[in-house]
Design a protein around this ligand. Structure first.
Ligand SMILES: *[C@@H]1O[C@H](CO)[C@@H](O)[C@H](O)[C@H]1NC(C)=O
Ligand SMILES: *[C@@H]1O[C@H](CO)[C@@H](O)[C@H](O)[C@H]1NC(C)=O
Ligand SMILES: *[C@@H]1O[C@H](CO)[C@@H](O)[C@H](O)[C@H]1NC(C)=O
Ligand SMILES: *[C@@H]1O[C@H](CO)[C@@H](O)[C@H](O)[C@H]1NC(C)=O
Ligand SMILES: *[C@@H]1O[C@H](CO)[C@@H](O)[C@H](O)[C@H]1NC(C)=O
Ligand SMILES: *[C@@H]1O[C@H](CO)[C@@H](O)[C@H](O)[C@H]1NC(C)=O
Length: 361
């Protein structure tokens, strides 16, 4: 095609520049015919090109519309399942976080049109989340369903995680925390090492798609946390309270029994243990920063119960006093809870973790 085109160009050029040659050739076949055929071919080519581009654009838009339509459809299905009962009082920015689930296992009755918020407490072991969750559950409208993903099968892959969350947020999860029909906030507590970081992309996508609010509960003093981990592991093996292991206790007497044990900390492992915990928390914050979230530190909540009202504000729930029967186990100065305090002190002096040494409680 290209060769042919160039040949024709030359012929045309000759025909134009050297009209004298025309007489020696057939006027129809040499000068006029190629000159007419050339624009015609060009027109056909341009027309064809326009048609091709047009068809391409049309097919693209069709595909995109199809996709848009698909998304709209799934959204509609989701919204339909969550029967819209929108009151006019809900501001536009809140709409993604307001839900009206229709559970399969019971009827929400008079509370069917009460808005429900979805939440997830993201935390780490021995960071006060057990205590925090009992505080939330003392609210008549909060159902926080515990460490659902401590069961391995539920977190084996994104499919099982999604299925579990769907059931939870549809108010079909049965646990002792279930408030059933008049629940206004439903959620769980979820440890960062329970498949959360591993599947963070898909989980963030799920949280944002379904309007799940995230409550981070972290601990500032990772040395105190480490003492708590070691003491809890010890009790898990020794079952100090009449032969049963208790991760949380409800009386000072029980707390004192557990607090008697003073762990000896392996000083070679200490820094790497603290680093590991530090990184886990930092990764959690970084990976879930694009969700609607609030960050709480255990120490701050212990010192200042008003922080709990911040949580109720965040979940747009009526303010009530919250209470827990949990009793704190380690209440003395940190040095009184560690057997080899001098080693620990020496190891952490001059490191970024030095301030942990001054921790109390
Ligand atoms: C909280 O629960 C009570 C009944 O237990 C119900 O009357 C009330 O409407 C609920 N509040 C919200 C905000 O859903
Ligand atoms: C996800 O895990 C469940 C349970 O472990 C298993 O039955 C299922 O086949 C897995 N699905 C995928 C897509 O890996
Ligand atoms: C252990 O059991 C005894 C009697 O059964 C009871 O009096 C005591 O309070 C229990 N102690 C603890 C720490 O639970
Ligand atoms: C307690 O927490 C509230 C809410 O976050 C805050 O406004 C207040 O300043 C805190 N009080 C103290 C003494 O830190
Ligand atoms: C919460 O308890 C405090 C005292 O413990 C009391 O002053 C306050 O009125 C209570 N607030 C509510 C909402 O019950
Ligand atoms: C830790 O050790 C330093 C000396 O290395 C000492 O001055 C300090 O009092 C010790 N701190 C505690 C809390 O024991």
């Amino acid at each position: 095609m290209e060769e042919a085109g160039r040949d024709q160009d030359r012929t045309v050029a000759v025909a134009v520049e050297d009209p004298s040659s025309v007489s020696t050739r057939d006027p129809g076949s040499v000068s006029t015919k190629p000159a007419r055929r050339y624009p015609l071919a060009l027109w056909v080519a341009i027309l064809g090109l326009i048609m091709l581009v047009g068809m391409y654009i049309f097919s693209l838009s069709l595909r995109q519309n199809g996709m848009l339509f698909g998304v709209m459809q799934t959204n509609m299905i989701e919204k339909e399942r969550e029967k819209p009962c929108h009151g006019p009082s809900i501001p536009d920015t809140e709409i993604p976080y307001v839900h009206y689930p229709t559970p399969n296992t019971y009827d929400r009755k008079e509370c069917a049109c009460n808005a429900v918020r979805f939440f997830a407490i993201l935390s780490m072991q021995r960071s006060g989340s057990g205590w925090f969750e009992t505080l939330l559950n003392s609210h008549e409208n909060i159902s926080s369903n515990g460490e659902i993903f401590s069961v391995k099968e539920r977190r084996s892959n994104v499919t099982t995680i999604t299925k579990t969350l769907d059931k939870l947020y549809n108010l079909d999860w049965y646990s002792s925390a279930a408030k059933n029909e008049c629940t206004a906030a439903v959620g769980l507590k979820w440890m960062l090492n329970q498949g959360l970081l591993k599947n963070h992309q898909e989980i963030v996508e799920y949280f944002n798609r379904r309007g799940v609010s995230v409550i981070f509960l972290l601990r500032r003093n990772l040395l105190q946390r480490y003492v708590s981990i070691l003491a809890n592991a010890h009790d898990s093996a020794m079952k100090q309270l009449n032969g049963t292991h208790k991760a949380h206790v409800h009386s000072r007497d029980e707390a004192d029994v557990l607090a008697k044990y003073k762990p000896t900390i392996d000083k070679k492992m200490l820094i790497s243990e603290l680093k590991r915990a530090d990184k886990l928390a930092a990764d959690g914050l970084a990976n879930f920063k694009n969700t609607q979230h609030i960050v709480l530190y255990y120490e701050d909540v212990v010192k200042n119960h008003t922080k709990l009202m911040d949580v109720l504000d965040f979940l747009k729930l009526p303010k009530t006093n919250l209470s827990s029967r949990h009793v704190k186990i380690h209440t003395k100065r940190l040095r009184d809870h560690i057997e080899n305090w001098a080693d620990v002190n020496n190891t952490l002096q001059g490191t970024r973790y030095e301030s942990f040494l001054n921790g109390r409680r």
